[in-house]
Unconditional design. Sequence first.
Length: 103
Amino acid sequence: MTQDAATATNEPHEPTPEERAARDRVRRRATGMTHHQSADALEAAEEAAGDLDAADTRTRAEMAEWRRITDLLFDHGGPYAPEADAYVQGQLTARRNRRAAKA
């Protein structure tokens, strides 16, 4: 993966609406999955994505989110739930705070 592609998904930045939508789709699909199920979904997504250097922003964001969720579930033992995901909850809080600051 090129540095620009890595930056688009892995480095701290304000995600684009397309990246947010892609990550939200993955979170909805992953809800209720165990580690093994998310690992299978990650593997299928990697196969479908092909060359990530040539992939669009949406695909890179989806892959990054599948990896993050699969890693999160590695020692979790239970199913995935966005409402119990500290990373997701932190993002939602930050968005609410930004909206409140603009108001």
